[in-house]
Design a protein. Structure first.
Length: 365
């Protein structure tokens, strides 16, 4: 029988140092029964406790392979959902703070995507002509929609490959929720800009004409990441003027202009690997979340490499930031005492369909 959980209120006021000590103690008590997966944007005071770190693709692969009873996901809600879907039924996925969502994922809902699918049917039969592709940054019910309609999931590290798979199934792609990842990946495949159109879910027929839909190769959902939209071309221009030998690397959630003006574009894991493999003494401007950039700057400093953050203002993933040492201590102590808190459970029917779309991705990438 599950014991009733100790309320978070008792942990909220913990001093940081005490929270750190309690995390270490609870982790030691749990041993191999719990694995702590941390996304690269996680704050330093949580990231230091990670058993495994990675980008979304790496973490979803590892979530499907771990043997631990508890998968404690220090990331955001959709990541813990993926862990629940891909893990074995007896494993339990935990998100230390339920409020750690993703604002981009919230920009596409199942109801709006279904409406889009119905409206597209006025122009063509979408189940014959359109592969739905959802970025992993989306709710499980959208992954289920893709599983149900011959579609697939992609991440920032495999999107062009997934588009290739998608075009091998049907002539067009509906890509949601991130327009920027879709546009950049389509551009990399050589798709002209006028064959990538924006679907605005608040307008009838997405604000498009029938002719635009008929011509389009990719229909891009009008979604974006609030963190990555802060990066501006003038920040790259300024850097290049000051450091002509410097290198620019960005995440594909950045706007097309940022990606086009970067020397490298890649997932969080790719950004880390590329800068770490760079020659000693090189200077880098990095367009992605601040926690990752700060940590990377520290790690490569000893080799004389300089890593700079692209934006003029602080831009963190404020939702991932909600997973703090207090929440982590609270959930680990409860688990160590046999009480499951903040379990993420995707309903079985939805999970089965979402798993189809995720497995298509894992085998295609
Ligand atoms: P990665 O898959 O590159 O880690 O990206 C996840 C994400 O949410 C970036 O904003
Ligand atoms: Fe979502 Fe943007 Fe945060 Fe990534 S950085 S988890 S896309 S809000």
């Amino acid at each position: 029988m599950q014991l009733s959980a100790v309320s978070f209120d008792r942990f909220n006021a913990l001093a940081d140092q005490e929270a750190q000590e309690r995390i270490v103690a609870a982790k030691a008590r749990l041993g191999a029964r719990a694995v702590l997966l941390c996304h690269h944007y996680q704050r330093a005071d949580v990231y230091r406790h990670a058993d495994i770190t990675g980008d979304s693709l790496k973490l979803s692969r590892l979530a499907s392979q771990t043997a631990a009873e508890y998968i404690v996901f220090c990331g955001v809600h959709f990541m813990a959902e993926v862990a629940d879907i891909l893990s074995r039924p007896e494993q339990i996925a935990i998100l230390p703070d339920m409020a750690a969502g993703c604002s981009m994922a919230d920009m596409a809902s199942r109801a709006k995507v279904e409406r889009c699918w119905r409206e597209l049917a006025a122009v063509l039969d979408p189940d014959q002509h359109v592969t739905p592709v959802t970025y992993i940054n989306s709710a499980a019910d959208l992954k289920a929609f893709c599983g149900e309609h011959g579609g697939i999931v992609c991440t920032s590290s495999n999107a062009p490959k997934i588009l290739q798979w998608s075009f091998a199934q049907r002539g067009k792609v509906l890509f949601f929720p991130d327009q920027h990842l879709g546009r950049w990946s389509g551009h990399q495949m050589g798709i002209p800009m006028d064959e990538m159109v924006i679907w605005n879910p608040d307008l009838e027929l997405g604000g498009l004409t029938r002719a635009q839909i008929e011509k389009a190769k990719i229909i891009l959902w009008h979604g974006f990441c609030s963190v990555h939209q802060m990066f501006q071309p003038r920040q790259i221009e300024r850097f290049r003027a000051q450091y002509p030998d410097g290198m620019v690397i960005s995440h594909p959630e950045c706007s097309f202009e940022i990606c086009r003006n970067s020397d490298y574009v890649g997932s969080t894991e790719t950004i880390l690997k590329t800068v770490k493999a760079g020659a000693p003494g090189t200077r880098w401007l990095v367009g992605t979340e601040l926690n990752l950039v700060d940590r990377l700057a520290q790690e490569v400093k000893a080799e004389g490499k300089v890593v700079q953050f692209m934006a003029d203002t602080i831009c963190m993933c404020s939702t991932m930031q909600r997973i703090d040492p207090q929440h982590l201590a609270w959930c680990l102590e409860n688990l160590a005492d046999g009480r499951v808190v903040n379990r993420i459970t995707v309903p079985a029917h939805e999970a089965a369909l979402a798993k189809i779309a995720l497995e298509r991705m894992l085998s295609a990438s």
